[in-house]
Design a protein around this ligand. Sequence first.
Ligand code: SF4
Length: 394
Amino acid sequence: VLVTVSDVPKRRAADRCPGVMRPHAAQDGLLVRVRLIGGRISPDGLTAIARAVQAGNGIVELTGRANVQVRGMAAEDLEPLAARFLEAALLRTPTHDRARNVVADPLAGRRAGALAGASAIDAVLDGLDDGICSDPALAQLPGRFLFCVDDGSGATAGVDADVRVVAGAGGAWAVVVGDRALATGDGSDAVAVALDVARAFLACLGDARAWRIVELPGGAARVLAELGPTDGVPRCATAGAAPIVGTLPQRDGRVAVGALAPLGRIPRGALDLLAGIASTAEVRVSHRRSVAVLDVDTGDAPALARTLAAAGLIVHPGSGWEGLTACAGAGACASALADVRAGAGARATERASAGPHPREHWSACPRRCGQTADVARAVSALPGGAWDITELTR
Ligand code: SF4
C-alpha cells in the first residue's frame, strides 16, 4: 500500500501522554516516562533510573523524543519514585512534568556543521526548560507538543517538532513554525519567541482537541497570526539526519561514541554501565533511541565502543537495527495482535546485509504507537495473522 502522509489526525480523546506524575497503565504494569531536555542526563539521573528499573519489571526504553521510560511499576512505588526523580532533577516541578518536551541532537554544538557551540546550545536548552517550568500557563501544553533545538547543522532533520529553535551564522538564531522561519536575535531572544509561540498555541486551542500545532484548525498560520506581526521568511531546507552510531567526529578533534539500544530497549546491566561512564564523561540520549558518550579522546574510542557493545548496545554503523523501531507489543500491551518485537528482531538480521536502511517501524496492531514522522515503511499486525506493509511518501 502506498500512501502520502498528509492526513492530520483528528484527536477525539484527551491527551493521555504518560509522565512521572501520570503513568500509563499498560498490560505489564505502570509505565513512567521521564523527559530529558535535549537528551541530557546526569550520573545521578542515570542512577535514579537504574534504581527505578529494579522496582519495575526490568525493562527500560528510550523513546523517539530522547526520553526514558520505565515499565512494570507498581502504584505504591510511584511516590518514592517521584521524590527520587525530583532529587535527581529528572523532574523539575510536578506541574510541568509532561510539558517539558525539548529535543536536540546529542552532539549539538559539536558537529562539523554546527553554527553555535555546545555552551550556546546548552544555554538555549536551559532557557527553554526554565521558561516552560516558570510559566504556570505552559503546564497546560499537551504532552505531545514538541520543541526542537538545532545547532544549524540540520542534525535534527526529520524531528517532527512544533517549534524549532535553530542556530544561524554570526550568533543569530531563528524560530521555525510551520514553513516560516522567524528571525530573532541571540539564543535568549529565540527562547523567548519559542515560548511565545507555545503560548499562542494555547491561546488558539480553545475547545479544539489538538495536541500539536499542525492539528489545530488553521495550523501554523493561525498560531503566527495570534503571535502578531512577524518578519518570517520561508524556512531553509535542512540537511539529512546525522549519524548517531559508532565513532562520531567532533569539531574540536575529539569524538563521541554513539550506541543504539536495539528496538529502543536498554539491555539489562547497560544502565549501570552508563551511570558509571557518566561519572567521568557526558552521556546524552538521542531521539533515535541511542546514547552518545561525548568528548572522548580518539584513542580511547575503540575500547569504549567495545565496552558498550559487550553490554548489548549496537555500536556498528549500518547495522540492521539502525532506523528500526517497534511498539511495546505482546506482553506489554493488551492490544497486541502479534509478537512484533520478535518479528522486528528477525527483520534486523535481514536488513543487516541490505543497507542503506530506510526508517522502518513495526507495530503489533494498526494503531502504530511510537511511529515517528520520518518513518519510510510501516509494518503493522492485522487480525487473523496478516500484516500490513505501508510505504510512506512525503
Ligand atoms: S501499536 Fe497497538 S499493540 Fe503496539 S503499543 Fe500501540 S496499541 Fe499496543
